[in-house]
Design a protein around this ligand. Structure first.
Ligand SMILES: [Zn+2]
Length: 443
């Protein structure tokens, strides 16, 4: 038995070229982006599906790729501005109105002129009917799909230049540039409608994709990426993610560092939000992120959400960040990965934790630690570590910790591997000498 006092050291993550102190003068107001006609998450459809873990995903590279730089250099301000002017020329694009349909036709024709395979994805809902527009650039291997998306509908009050002309311009620009290259994986460029009515277009799109068993690896949703209040807002952005999608955050952050000379935006992860078209991808078990300007548009959902109040330089930079992320993902190998899971924590003589590898590849250098704290007078602080060089795909291992005292205890189990993400689980229990009783796993 070995007792180790654990010190936790929190390190600061720093990105070359940026300091956290340098962001202190940036204005971030807290308004959340959400559909105009939806007040809370409770008003959205409650989707019930078994979560589909996707152990396969690409890893970001360590060095810049000249092909990606070539793509980035083609994404310039005139390209973004041109798409924005065309999209806003139809006036407000509320779903179900003729101007929204005109915008859909414009997007369809633009994709078709690029030589892409285009289709309308039509949906009918109790609230509204409409069409999403989808263009596909087939990969050398068509198994895995990567999506870039934005919503082309707007509120009735205004022309939605930033919300979400900016996202659709990024989608169109990415398509215009990527169409001239070959990629290993299939890329889809999607413009949704019905967003302002409650994410209705994307809901039906994801539901159909799920029912067709589509292997969508990553979804990059751009919604309002073109507004700044001050000059310093122009070098930062927000990214929203759920736990399963954190790898897309890391991937994008790596891209922003590797190609910083061509992008110049630092991203700040924000956690979950239900307020844009990425939401139903999460609900159906797909990995997705939502890119968003740092300072929320002061003219949101108004007649003043116009191009002249946007920052086209910023919009272009943000579009470049998303393009580079998408293009890099589309050419990286999708690797089978190990996925660790702590399936049980049990008592008896000491504490036993079971760790499984539920992924498709072997895990290397697996380390499982059990930390026991608490007890009478909070005197217990015991940590036990088990190591295993290889944990086969679909294999299991056990980790055990012994302790001898009295009182209520907190058990924290953590497992990681050199090629898998860390997982943790906590439980409470009661210690009576060497025996651990009443172990209850924390929710
Ligand atoms: Zn929006």
């Amino acid at each position: 038995m070995k007792a180790i006092v654990v010190f936790i050291i929190t390190g600061l993550l720093t990105i070359p070229g940026y300091t956290l102190a340098g962001t202190s003068n940036i204005s971030s107001n807290g308004t959340p982006h959400h559909p105009a006609f939806v007040e809370s998450r409770d008003d959205l459809v409650n989707v019930q599906v078994a979560h589909r873990s996707s152990p396969s995903h690409p890893m970001a590279p360590n060095t810049a790729d000249v092909n990606i730089i070539e793509l980035l250099q083609q994404l310039n301000e005139p390209l973004i501005l041109g798409y924005l002017e065309n999209l806003t020329s139809f006036g407000p694009r509320e779903t179900g109105t003729p101007s929204c349909d005109q915008a859909a036709h414009y997007i369809f024709d633009t994709f078709q002129n690029m030589g892409l395979v285009v289709r309308y994805h039509n949906y009918t809902d109790a609230t509204v009917s409409g069409s999403n527009v989808e263009a596909t650039l087939y990969g050398n291997d068509t198994t895995n799909i990567f999506i870039i998306c934005g919503h082309y509908d707007s509120v009735a009050a205004g022309p939605g230049a930033d919300d979400d002309g900016s996202g659709v311009a990024a989608v169109l620009a990415a398509a215009e540039i990527m169409r001239n290259y070959d990629f290993d994986h299939t890329v889809r460029f999607v413009a949704f409608s019905g967003e302002e009515q409650g994410l209705i277009g994307s809901y039906h799109y994801v539901q159909d994709a799920y029912n067709s068993n589509e292997s969508i690896v990553a979804v990059l949703n751009a919604d309002m990426i073109g507004f700044t209040a001050t000059g310093s807002d122009g070098i930062v952005g927000k990214i929203f993610e759920n736990p399963a999608s954190e790898w897309i955050v890391s991937f994008t952050q790596d891209i922003s560092v590797i190609y910083s000379d061509y992008i110049g935006i630092q991203l700040f992860p924000q956690g979950e939000t239900w307020g844009s078209d990425h939401y139903y991808f999460w609900e159906y078990g797909y990995d997705a992120v939502f890119y968003h300007e740092y300072h929320f548009n002061d003219y949101y959902h108004s007649a003043n959400d116009t191009i002249d109040r946007m920052n086209i330089t910023y919009s272009t930079r943000f579009s470049r960040l998303i393009l580079a992320t998408l293009a890099q993902m589309a050419q990286q190998p999708v690797q089978q990965r190990p996925v660790l899971e702590i399936s049980s924590i049990s008592g008896g003589l000491g504490v036993t934790a079971q760790i499984n590898n539920i992924g498709d590849a072997n895990a290397s250098d697996v380390k499982a630690t059990i930390l026991i704290t608490g007890g009478l007078f909070n005197l217990i602080n015991v940590q036990s570590t088990s190591e295993q060089t290889v944990l086969n795909a679909q294999g299991s291992m056990q980790s055990k910790a012994m302790v001898f005292r009295l009182g209520k205890i907190l058990i924290t189990v953590a497992a990681d591997a050199s090629n898998a993400d860390q997982v943790t689980k906590q439980a409470t229990g009661f210690l009576l000498g060497p025996f651990v009783l009443e172990v209850v796993i924390a929710p």
